[in-house]
Design a protein around this ligand. Sequence first.
Ligand code: PEP
Length: 249
Amino acid sequence: MRTPLVAGNWKMYTTPSTAAELAARIKLDTVNVDFADIAVFPPYICIAAVAEALKGSNIEIGAQDIFWEPEGAYTGAISARMIAESGCARVLVGHSERRTYFGETDEKVLKKTVAALSEGLKPIVCIGETLEQREAGITETILDTQLKDGIGALKNIDALTIAYEPVWAIGTGKTATPDQADEAHKYIRGLIAGRWGDNVSRNIRILYGGSVKPDNARSLWEREDIDGFLVGGASLKADSFRDIVNSVK
Ligand code: PEP
């Protein structure tokens, strides 16, 4: 049995004060949750305030990105060590918004994942196809390439979570149907089995992300290969995030 994980990506929303308020609400709303792991990914500048607000809870904090070097003359960059010392247990790597707007490639995904692991962080590696790629019938090829080039060189992926996030469903209000999501998750699990073995593939969590809302979460969650969610927009409202968490019960 894989424990479900529900992760909230706050993107470039909230300030330290509003992030602390949101975190405090989520902490209160999920105090009785013992059936799922929960994580929130605030902007860097809000991490300290969120860590303070979440003291005494099991909710994990993650960063939305890192640079792969441990330190150096890299103006504006943040390292794995910095976020680990700030209270983060997790980090998102390869989110489609990083790929689209910031030139994230699979090669960079690998370097960032290695850097995260070296600091004891648990990366959530995001993969997914664009609408053009889906319509061209190359979804599986894209997932294959992103997985192979992004993490294929790693010997051990026990600390990793994979997020399948079809780009066409992120922030668009269009959700993959349970059948579409399940098909992609099964394909990804098969790729993992092929590279790392059945045991690893049985244990790794594969999250679905892309316009998850309280009203569509349950039907996605019912599919056996969907192990939870990476939630963007709906994680910015404590009550909708709580309802999504409760849907994986
Ligand atoms: C995300 O940011 O990873 C995401 C899935 O966003 P949204 O839920 O808003 O589509």
